[in-house]
Design a protein around this ligand. Sequence first.
Ligand SMILES: [Zn+2]
Ligand SMILES: [Zn+2]
Length: 146
Amino acid sequence: MPLRTGRCLCGAVTFKLTAEPIVSRICWCRDCQHISANGTVNAVFSADAFEVQGQLTEYAKKADSGNTIARLFCPTCGSHVYGHTSLRPNLRVIRVGALDDPSSIAPKQNIWTASAPDWACLDQSIEQVAGQSAPPPPDVPEASSR
Ligand SMILES: [Zn+2]
Ligand SMILES: [Zn+2]
């Protein structure tokens, strides 16, 4: 039984999540602003807890970190569904807004706040990180959308 389900705007792409997220963040990097007009809210899952159905188009871009980030979206409606990074290919970064119940995952950090626009509404009750958050210990998988 999936714990959570989600879909793109038109419904051609659907997905299931069978585990709890490793971490959840709002990312204010400039790449996220270009794709979403705002920060993106992302939850990171183990790849084997994520099952997706439907056709996706992939766009891969090298980030400032040197890692290649692949972003996958529905070719019909353009909705971003998830991404993954060359740094940790065993993880999937899911767009929380694509969940059928987006309230079921609350972001714990704002990251890349230094590049957030002046009008950004940053929740001061969660951690603020100017750039990428500190790297996790080697045995703890973690990733952001950057
Ligand atoms: Zn779609
Ligand atoms: Zn970002």
